[in-house]
Design a protein around this ligand. Structure first.
Ligand code: GAR
Length: 200
């Protein structure tokens, strides 16, 4: 069975969507561990309530690679095959990325490469785009970069504020994260340059 390690910093709704997909038989995997860098993350409580192993490894005041070494050691101990960043608001070091080549995914609430970083939905509104969406991509050591696995598009309506747009995007995030995890676990893809191409 494929063992997922899910990294969160907050609410954890993308983690819950993946957990629901597993529970409902739409994803053939198990969640080995949920790790939060933030002790107050609501997602940690949700993971524990589901009976999953969930731990906080605090990142405050820690040097990036030293922190990542702790996280990787924990993932290794749990025999994690695939790492899913789900609202994990930290850059990974080259060390972490090198430990799980093409085995770390991230979800971001914009159509990358537009609007990387914080408050992607606000950036989209301020820029005036007519469509936005979300992206699941492989993680490298750069911010919201790495080859793109799945994207979904949503309209930006004239009546939108940040919350309305974020809610429309979040619904798609919950759908495509499972799709991306399924594709990567199936190994039915190859990467050519930046392109993730499906193979039969
Ligand atoms: C999600 O919208 C996710 O795309 C975003 O944080 C939110 C976490 O929500 N991630 C990023 O912006 C990463 N750059 P969640 O904790 O409910 O899954």
């Amino acid at each position: 069975m494929n063992r997922l390690g899910i990294l969160i910093s907050g609410r954890g709704s993308n983690f819950e969507a993946i957990a629901d997909s597993i529970d409902e038989g739409r994803l053939d995997a198990e969640i080995a561990i949920v790790i939060s860098n933030n002790p107050h993350a609501k997602g940690l409580r949700k993971a524990k309530a589901r009976g999953l192993k969930a731990v906080c490894i605090r990142s405050r005041a820690m040097e990036r690679e030293a922190y990542d070494r702790l996280v990787v050691a924990t993932l290794r101990k749990e025999e994690v095959d695939l790492v899913c960043l789900a609202g994990f608001m930290r850059l990974l070091s080259a060390y972490f990325v090198g430990e799980y080549p093409n085995r770390i995914l991230n979800i971001h609430p914009s159509l990358l490469p537009s609007f990387p970083g914080l408050e992607a939905q606000v950036q989209a509104l301020e820029h005036g785009v007519k469509h936005s969406g979300c992206t699941v991509h492989f993680v490298d050591e750069h911010l919201d970069a790495g080859p793109i696995i799945c994207q979904a598009v949503v309209p930006v309506l004239d009546t939108d504020n940040e919350d309305a747009l974020a809610a429309r995007i979040l619904k798609e995030e919950h759908r495509i994260y499972t799709e991306a995890v399924r594709l990567v676990l199936s190994n039915r893809f190859r990467i050519e340059g930046r392109r993730v191409l499906r193979t039969p």
